[in-house]
Design a protein around this ligand. Structure first.
Ligand code: MSP
Length: 531
């Protein structure tokens, strides 16, 4: 295979509950990037999975009256099915209970231990059970009665003390500082890097406990089976075990280091400070970049939580659109740039669907196809030349193919994708769509059709619309893959955007002749609005 490789991962959600709309944002955001990179000609490997060990898992299973393994076997497919129904085109799925994962974790542990970075020690401190995390004294929050609370989730901490294996995290303090300083792109968006440095790195890293004897649900520590490996130490390793670490060296060498870890802002610390230190300790290369995306929040910046009973179920949102995932994908990805929180409201979802997808994009497609059918019996031919107003549309549509503004040798399109500037990217696509709608109003093809002198002009106008739609649909493909493919089919193209080389996909005028194939409304208006 040719093309530069691009290995992208998401965090692996805990399989202790059903997927929610927050998980959806992460997966479709990563899917956008993976699909865009594929269009641009990269060889992509996109990995996700489920995190199935740890105390939280065990508690959820016990509550459901199942063993932890049975419970994980029930929940993991719920994630896989949802990703399939949302058209998330991942290549690999790691379950941390997979034997191949376990094998890689054991090998990694031995490598770090042999390097002298794991020792047996007594570990105690304030521990957050739901977050599976020890909290530093300096980070503690206090409740009204002086109880210690987790700064992350606000729940009460317990004092936890046990003898266990400890990872020499502190040893990597200065190496991490150097790495972060000399790789300004390592933590994205850039504003999150300061938080990592000031809140966690500067105060000093303390060695961290990486085994537990109090629970028995996890991967046993090599040569000390009364301990299981701490769930974060185990889970982070999915990024290497999924591509063959411990089982297939050639494959591992082909894909590692990872090009992009996509994770939520709440777990950036594990990915930018613990994970690189672990890799250094095992003598492995570090990932190129970690992107900390924002959260899906509810109105008034309210956080979703099971205890508040306000968790948005993605299945209901899919059902609203008869199983078409594109309205939800479009809404979540256009609501804000990926690095920032996105507010979810039902009204927002419905109104964006109607205003952007139905009235702008759907309408442009419908009127274009109907005019081509009516005035040209479905046939579109590339004209020899274009007028200045046609050039203006071409410029609007191809603006995203212009060079990046940050000096990097890529297109503006790729720059916006790389920086997670999804809302800006979509605004650019939709401003080209609006320009095309205005172009129809201005040039009135129905009037041109009545005037035989204007036959050539009508050909030009119809070609501009079809060609403009072809390119905009290709740009939108990573966001709304199903609808973009349908647009290409209705335009009479024989392939979908992911099946043509980037040059052909992006070049204005690459299509000589087509015969359109309209087949129904792309984004029907919702008749019944949700309560
Ligand atoms: N199991 C760990 C990740 C281990 S990765 C080696 C975990 N699981 S999680 O289920 O709590 O979260 C999975 C991902 O979903 C994380 O990246 C997290 O930030 C993200 N989100 C959880 N709630 C979210 C929102 N409300 N909005 C957006 N993303 C959210 O952490």
């Amino acid at each position: 295979m040719t093309g530069r490789k691009f290995y992208i991962t998401t965090a692996i959600p805990y399989a202790n509950a059903e997927p929610h709309v927050g998980h959806v944002l992460e997966l479709i955001g990563a899917d956008l990037i993976a699909r865009a990179k594929r269009l641009l000609g990269y060889r992509v490997y996109f990995q996700t999975g489920t995190d199935e060990h740890g105390q939280k898992m065990l508690e959820a299973a016990t509550k459901a009256g199942l063993s932890a393994q049975e419970y994980a076997d029930r929940i993991a497919p719920r994630f896989q099915d949802l990703w399939r129904d949302l058209d998330v085109a991942y290549d690999g799925f790691v379950r941390t209970t997979d034997p191949s994962h376990r094998k890689g974790v054991v090998q990694f542990w031995q490598a770090v231990r042999d390097n002298g970075d794991i020792y047996l020690g007594k570990y105690e401190g304030w521990y957050c059970v739901p977050e599976e995390n020890f909290v530093l004294e300096s980070q503690l929050h206090y409740g009204p009665n002086g109880e210690r609370l987790c700064p992350q989730c606000g729940r009460e901490l317990i004092w936890h003390s046990e003898e266990n294996f400890v990872f020499r995290w502190s040893k990597y303090q200065s190496a991490l500082e150097d790495w972060i300083q000399s790789h300004p792109d390592f933590i994205a968006p850039a504003f999150r890097a300061n938080e990592m440095i000031n809140s966690f790195l500067r105060p000093g890293l303390q060695d961290i406990s990486i085994s537990r004897t109090t629970i028995h649900w996890g991967i046993p520590v090599p040569d000390a089976p009364s301990h299981v490996i701490y769930v974060w130490f185990d889970a982070l390793l999915n990024y290497i075990t999924g591509i063959g670490y411990g089982t297939d060296d050639d494959r591992f060498r082909e894909w590692w280091p990872c090009d992009l870890h996509v994770v939520g802002k709440d777990i950036l610390k594990f990915h930018t400070l613990l994970w690189p230190a672990m890799l250094m300790a095992a003598g492995l290369e570090l990932p190129k970049r970690v992107f900390g995306h924002g959260f899906v929040v509810l109105r008034g910046a309210e956080k979703m939580s099971k205890s508040k009973g306000n968790v948005v179920d993605p299945r209901e949102l899919l059902a609203m659109f008869s199983g078409n995932p594109d309205p939800l994908r479009y809404y979540l990805l256009s609501e804000n740039d990926f690095g920032h929180d996105a507010t979810f409201t039902m009204e927002g979802l419905v109104s964006k669907y109607h205003a952007d997808l139905a009235d702008k994009l759907g309408n442009l497609l419908a009127r274009t196809l109907s005019m081509v059918t009516k005035f040209r019996e479905g046939k579109v031919v590339r004209p020899d030349r274009f007028s200045p107003s046609d050039e203006a549309i071409r410029n609007a549509v191809t603006a995203l193919w212009q060079p990046a503004t940050d000096g990097s040798p890529c297109t503006l399109y790729e720059q916006l994708v790389d920086e997670g500037l999804f809302a800006q990217l979509l605004q650019k696509c939709f401003s080209a769509i609006s320009a095309m709608n205005a172009y129809v109003t201005e040039h009135k093809p129905w009037a041109l059709a009545k005037d035989t002198q204007q036959s050539q002009r009508l050909d030009q106008v119809l070609y501009v619309l079809v060609e403009g739609l072809r390119i905009v649909a290709a740009q939108l493909f990573p966001v709304i893959p199903r609808s973009a493919s349908e647009i290409w089919t209705q335009l009479g193209l024989s392939k979908t955007p992911d099946k043509v080389p980037f040059d052909e996909l992006s070049t204005w005028g690459a299509v000589g002749e087509t015969r359109v194939a309209p087949r129904g409304i792309l984004f029907p208006k919702l008749e019944k609005l949700p309560d």
